[in-house]
Design a protein around this ligand. Sequence first.
Ligand SMILES: Cc1cc2nc3c(=O)[nH]c(=O)nc-3n(C[C@H](O)[C@H](O)[C@H](O)COP(=O)(O)O)c2cc1C
Ligand code: SF4
Ligand code: SF4
Length: 255
Amino acid sequence: MRIDVIDFYFFSGTGNTLLVVREMSKVFIEKGLKVNLYRLEKTNPSDINLDYTIGIAFPVAVQGTFPFIWRFIKSLPETDKNTPLFIVDTLASFSGGIKGNIKRIISKKGYKPIGIKEITMPSNLLPKKLNIEKNNRKTERGLRKARRYAVDLLEEKTRWYSNPLSILLSIISQSEKPWRLFRQLYRFTIDEEKCIKCGLCVKLCPMENISMLSYPVFDDKCTFCMRCISFCPTEAIYIPNRRLERYHAVKAGNY
Ligand SMILES: Cc1cc2nc3c(=O)[nH]c(=O)nc-3n(C[C@H](O)[C@H](O)[C@H](O)COP(=O)(O)O)c2cc1C
Ligand code: SF4
Ligand code: SF4
C-alpha cells in the first residue's frame, strides 16, 4: 500500500489532539506526503474524498468519545475503494471503548482499517491543580509516540487489535446518559464581574451551545469538550463549589 495524500480530520477540545495531529503531519510531510487538515466539527462526512488515505483524530471521553464524533464516524460514506483509514486518539489514562467499535463500523462501510493509536497526554478533565512539569513530560512522551506512529503507518507496521469488551464499553459514551449527568453535576456559570463579553466562548463551542445575550448563556447541549471554560481569557466561566484550574495545550488563536 502506498500513501500519497492524507486527509486528516480532527477535533481537539483543549489542544492535546491538535498537537498530536500537527506532530504526525510534520512527519508525513517530511516523508514527501501531502497532508490536508480538516476540522471534524465543520466537516460534512458525505463530502469526504474516498480516493485519499483518511486520518481521524479526537479526544477520549467517558471511555469512548463525544457523541458528535461517534455520529461523524457512523455517517462516513460507504466506499468500494478499500479506502485506508487510521485513527489516533488522545487520553489521560485509559479508554476501553474505542478500538473495537470503530473497527467494526468502518470495516462494514468498506474502509481498510490500517492503524489505531491511543496517546496519553495531560488530563483536561476539570483539573483541581495543574502540575505543569508533569504535564510537559507527558506531552513530550505523547508527541514522541505520535511521531513513531506516523512512521509506523508509512512503513505498514501498525496493527489494529481490539476485543469484544470494547464494543460493549463504547455504548456508554454513545448514549446521552453520562452527558446529561455531567450537565446536572457541572453547571457552567458566568461570573459577570469577570466576563468582558468578548464572545470567544460562543465562537469556540462546537455544539452551538452558547448564545450571547447581555452575557453568554448556556443551552442544554454541552458535550464537555472544555473549550469555553479552558480558553476564556478572564476565567469567567466556573463551576459553583468546585476548585478548578484551566488546562489548555495551545493558545485560543489556534482555533
Ligand atoms: C468529559 C471528558 C471525559 C474524559 N474521559 C476520559 C476517559 O474516559 N479516559 C481518559 O483516559 N481520559 C479522559 N479524558 C481526558 C482527555 O481525553 C484528554 O485529556 C485528551 O487528551 C484531551 O484532548 P484535547 O485537548 O484534544 O481535547 C476526558 C476528558 C473530558 C473533558
Ligand atoms: S470567553 Fe469569557 S470573557 Fe469572553 S464572552 Fe465568554 S465568558 Fe465572557
Ligand atoms: S459549552 Fe463549552 S464545554 Fe460545552 S460543548 Fe460548548 S465549548 Fe464545549
